[in-house]
Design a protein around this ligand. Structure first.
Ligand SMILES: [Ca+2]
Ligand SMILES: [Ca+2]
Ligand SMILES: [Ca+2]
Length: 238
């Protein structure tokens, strides 16, 4: 059997054995309140399994809960509180790139949503593609990888050293806290690295339904994936 095929079969077997879907609970699984800035976020586990939901509680006017997630295929990604259980009626969702900005001060904002882009609810939806969940869905996830997903209630918002990230006026003047930003506002073009939060939130429980999300892979799996990719490349070139 060719080496590349062995690697692919090995990966398939490893994934099948450990592929039970995980619902992560902030208290029961995380052991307490999830932190609100890198690296105080919770990291749902076990590694390498589909992550289908995260549940928890916004328990004070300043609480924000953040989680490490892995997005293997950006176009399949979504995170939503629309139609899910939970007493927190007006949610907000934020996705940050876990790689630090060039100054090392913090992660950069990728996409956010306050009220669902399709309208009709104060709950929130993020998608990996543009326009998937409604005409106001402007954001996208740029590449497969590890991200930090944060949930809070309206109106507790992320800040950078220069002020509010995704603040009205900072992204073209028409910003209304709906599914901004992306494009020039993502990654290196975002107004600044995330260092904290401002404003206050209502309290209550939340249930974030997830699609196209896995728990963080083990480092060995990433190496194996890279090896598999190399093997496939070599096969194509030979
Ligand atoms: Ca919490
Ligand atoms: Ca928290
Ligand atoms: Ca909202």
């Amino acid at each position: 059997m060719r080496k590349g095929m062995c690697v692919v079969l090995g990966l398939t077997l490893a994934f099948t054995v450990s592929a039970q879907a995980q619902v992560w609970d902030e208290l029961a699984d995380g052991g307490g309140d999830a932190g609100d800035v890198l690296p105080l976020q919770q990291t749902p586990g076990p590694p390498d399994v589909p992550l289908v939901a995260i549940t928890g509680t916004i328990d004070s006017s300043t609480d924000v809960d953040c989680y490490s997630i892995f997005i293997p295929a950006p176009t399949a990604f979504f995170a939503t509180t629309v139609g899910t259980p939970g007493t927190l009626s007006d949610t907000q969702l934020f996705l940050f790139d876990k790689r630090l900005d060039p100054t090392g001060a913090g992660p950069l904002g990728i996409i956010m949503n306050d009220d669902h882009p399709g309208g009709g609810t104060l709950r929130s939806t993020l998608t990996g593609g543009v326009g998937v969940s409604g005409p106001e869905d402007f954001g996208s996830v740029p590449a497969p990888g590890s991200y930090m997903l944060c949930v809070t209630g309206f109106n507790r918002d992320p800040v950078s050293p220069g002020g509010t990230i995704w603040a009205p006026g900072s992204v073209g003047g028409s910003f209304a806290w709906e599914s901004e930003p992306i494009g020039p506002y993502a990654g290196p073009g975002a107004p600044g690295p995330h260092i904290g939060w401002t404003g206050s939130t209502g309290t209550g429980t939340y249930f974030i339904e997830l699609g196209g999300v896995a728990t963080k892979p083990e480092p060995g799996t990433l190496s194996l994936l890279a090896l598999g990719g190399l093997a496939l490349l070599r096969r194509r070139r030979s």
